[in-house]
Design a protein around this ligand. Structure first.
Ligand code: ACK
Length: 309
């Protein structure tokens, strides 16, 4: 793993720099009515640039040195990312104490809102769910596979997947991401960050992370999308974390028929549902070496012709 040094992080930035006043005006001085929510490292605001373009502005809360590191990490990584299933970073602002990230605005909120809200989940028919699953898989494959990037996201979860106007999914929030280079594919950290419930056992317990830990999170997310249910909020305890993948498998083994019944009513393609369940369960396997990589996942899911691209 190439741990990026703080002082190097800015060298990679090839992004438009906005001045603070422009963004303050665009967001109506960060007024509370424009606040979209609280992200991992500070509040996010909606704004509109002078040319009419809608933006989302992530404002780093000024008090933590750790936040500054994550900010630089996120900027240097995302500045190079170009994929339709990743939220696009349009620019940044580093002025005085202010640190802002300016993103394309995603009008349909996060996936979290759709899959865990009893009413909203009904808005996601099978075709949309499959489209979203395939899009997330392609975005993650791009992060893992691009030879220049090779990025592990480390915090893939429903609230970090945003939806655009056409309900295309885009992965966001790269504050925890790490690059890895050469032949090295597994790294160790004693600072485990991420979200319990989505974290793979080897990462949560031993701090070992690799592309396969993202695959595990993807598997949990896929199963959540299929079932419209949050993973069972496992606690930070070795016992529970060891059981996480196992619990999903047990639960899904009991449930596939119910799931298919539910989706059949909406004329879904049963073979696609079965394929998705199969892929999800492969991804949440206990041992990283048993999980498929994202290239295989994308292949196994098959093509997504459900919605116009
Ligand atoms: O679920 P949400 O509505 O979508 O609430 C969270 C909140 O900000 C904190 O992360 C929203 N958010 C983050 N980035 C964007 C974006 N690019 N476009 C629209 N909303 C965003 C996120």
């Amino acid at each position: 793993i190439e741990e990026r040094k703080d002082e190097d992080a800015n060298n990679d930035i090839e992004l438009p720099k906005y001045d603070f006043d422009t963004i303050a005006i665009a967001t109506d001085n960060f007024s509370s009515k424009n606040k979209l929510g609280e992200g991992g490292f500070g509040p996010v605001y909606k704004g509109t640039l002078r040319d009419g373009q809608d933006i989302a502005v992530k404002r780093l809360s000024g008090n933590s040195g750790q936040g500054l590191t994550e900010f630089k990490n996120e900027v240097s990584l995302i500045a190079r990312l170009q994929h339709r299933n990743l939220v696009k970073l349009l620019g940044c602002c580093i002025q005085g104490d202010e640190r802002l990230l300016i993103y394309e605005y995603m009008p349909n909120k996060s996936l979290d809102y759709f899959i865990f809200d009893r009413n909203s989940i009904t808005m996601l028919n099978w075709h949309m769910r499959f489209h979203i699953i395939c899009g997330i898989a392609r975005g993650l494959l791009y992060l893992h596979q691009d030879s220049r990037l090779r990025i592990i996201h480390r915090d893939l979860k429903a609230s970090n997947v945003l939806l655009d106007k056409a309900m295309n999914p885009k992965i966001s929030d790269f504050g925890m991401a790490k690059t890895f280079g050469g032949d090295q594919s597994v790294a160790n950290t004693n600072r485990v960050v991420g979200t319990y419930g989505y974290m793979s056992p080897e990462y949560a317990i031993d701090g070992l992370f690799s592309a396969k830990s993202d695959v595990f999170s993807f598997g949990v997310l896929l199963l959540e999308i299929l079932c419209g249910k949050r993973n069972r909020g496992f606690h930070h305890s070795d016992h529970y974390l060891n059981l996480l993948g196992h619990a999903w498998r047990l639960w899904m083994n009991e449930r596939p028929l119910d799931l298919i019944d539910e989706f059949l009513l909406n004329n879904c393609a049963v073979s696609e549902v079965l394929r998705c369940i199969h892929v999800g369960l492969l991804c949440v396997q206990q041992l990283p070496e048993d999980r498929p990589n994202m290239a295989s996942v994308v292949l196994m899911l098959g093509s997504d012709n459900s919605l116009p691209q």
